[in-house]
Design a protein. Structure first.
Length: 202
């Protein structure tokens, strides 16, 4: 659909260009040329807005206790901001065992579950919501593999982690998981979808 609109706009701009070279000779023709030109601008602008909005998704991330102890919070946040992602929610909090059990419900019963809950509740964490085009996929790529030994250099886990049980960041693995996790950690009034005047520069 977007390609068809682009094609239409190109054709109308071309018609307007031809008219500027050899203007229509009567009032009706000039009026029609101006109308086509203005219509193409309107369609292109509104389609561009809808296209960008349809691609925008959200991802929940959480900086674990080790990040605070190692004074890496600013460095990790800076990576996401420099990428062009939009921070729409942020808070430091102490996770209760109840919240931890809900967050890691899919791992309940696994041999590492108790250690996972123990670590995440041992000190405050920094919970965040990021927004952008293909947000989950981009964040996951920046975060790197769960195992630090497999995480590529340049990723957050590849640069800052040595052991899996202390991998310093959690990130949603799908849009569905992101929606569930965001609802666990944030109320609607704690999320601010502010107007980003720089989004077209990324």
């Amino acid at each position: 659909m977007f390609g068809k609109v682009q094609s239409f706009c190109f054709c109308t701009f071309f018609i307007a260009f031809l008219c500027s070279i050899e203007p229509p000779q009567n009032v009706l023709s000039r009026y029609c040329a101006r109308l086509v030109f203005r219509t193409s601008l309107h369609i292109a602008k509104n389609t561009h807005i809808r296209y960008n909005q349809s691609m925008s998704t959200r991802c929940f991330t959480m900086l674990k206790p080790g990040v605070l102890n190692r004074r890496l919070v600013g460095e990790v946040i800076s990576r996401f901001e420099k990428k062009g992602l939009k921070l729409i929610a942020l808070k430091m909090m102490q996770i209760s065992p109840e919240l931890a059990s809900k967050h890691y419900a899919e791992h309940n019963g696994k041999d590492f579950y108790n250690a996972l809950v123990s670590y995440i509740t041992s000190a405050p964490v920094v919970a965040m919501v990021w927004q952008g085009d293909d947000c989950v996929q981009i964040v996951r790529k920046m975060v790197g593999a769960t195992s630090p030994a497999k995480a590529e250099p340049g990723t957050i886990r590849g640069d800052y982690c040595m052991h899996t049980n202390h991998n310093i960041i959690h990130a949603s693995d799908s849009d569905e998981s992101a929606a569930r996790e965001i609802s666990l950690f944030f109320k609607d009034e704690e999320i601010f979808d502010w107007e980003d005047n720089a989004e077209n520069w990324f």
